[in-house]
Design a protein. Structure first.
Length: 259
């Protein structure tokens, strides 16, 4: 019998609520086969909980933080109240994309009528070579099967993975904007500002990302960063602002983010 795997303390875990008791909720950890855990009523909410069933229900999907793990007893204590809104969003997105990635691999195998052993070899190759296979499936939708052939995936598998990706992956963009104020009063001020904004547009970007800059009315300009991921858009926007303001400062001007 194989030894079940457990999460580590501090991990975020996706769980499905099983039994709801007055003192807490028992949950199944979706990413750890056969492992259950308990969310004590004191870990349900940051406010006082009068009726636990007003906060959780059977069958509900939750993002939980692992507090304690006792492998000998098979006990895992979890918390709902210690998970931030951002952690919940990011973890749920990661989990959904992982499920979608598995669905694409399965779909490709069905198209090729591949045996389980061959399918597992392809799955292992993708997870070994890529940090996030789902991102490769996104890229395949935009740019074709070359991303897979470069990894050494057989042509027929590369084609099947790409075709299934196109039917299952919906490309979305996360766009964030900010307003900056750029001032340079010297004789070459206008050119300095143009250089600062040009440099901001030229910064290194993730694949598929864009930066757009609009003049609102001097000295204010709007910078928009668009990427596949919200966190990437945040980082890209900050980099663009830093590049614009630092460039202008080196040319004798000054800049700052105002919204």
């Amino acid at each position: 019998m194989s030894v079940p795997s457990y999460p580590e303390v501090g991990d975020l875990a996706i769980a499905t609520v099983g039994r709801v008791m007055d003192y807490g909720a028992y949950v199944r950890l979706d990413e750890y086969e056969g492992i259950e855990g308990l969310v004590h009523i004191s870990e349900i909410s940051t406010t006082w909980v009068k009726n636990i069933r007003e906060h959780v229900r059977e069958g509900q999907k939750l993002v939980l933080k692992v507090l304690r793990v006792d492998r000998e007893r098979g006990q895992v204590d979890l918390s709902l109240r210690r998970v931030t809104g951002r952690e919940k969003t990011d973890k749920m997105l990661e989990w959904k994309r992982g499920k979608k990635a598995e669905s694409i691999i399965k779909g490709a195998a069905e198209r090729l009528k591949a045996d389980p052993e061959t399918t597992e070899k392809i799955r292992s190759l993708l997870y070994e070579k890529l940090d996030n296979p789902y991102e490769a499936f996104q890229e395949a939708v935009e740019e074709g099967e070359e991303i897979f052939t470069k990894l050494g995936v057989a042509p027929e598998w590369a084609a099947a993975l790409t075709d299934v990706s196109k039917s299952k992956v919906k490309l979305e963009k996360a766009a964030l904007t900010a307003t900056v104020e750029l001032i340079c009063r010297g004789p070459g001020g206008i050119e300095a500002i143009r250089t600062a904004l040009s440099n901001a547009k030229k910064i290194k970007k993730p694949r598929g990302a864009t930066i757009r800059i609009y003049a609102i009315g001097a000295p204010r300009y709007r910078i928009e960063a668009s990427t596949r991921e919200y966190s990437e858009a945040e980082a890209l926007l900050k980099s663009a602002i830093d590049e614009a303001t630092n460039t202008l400062k080196s040319l004798g001007g000054e800049g700052r983010r105002v919204s």
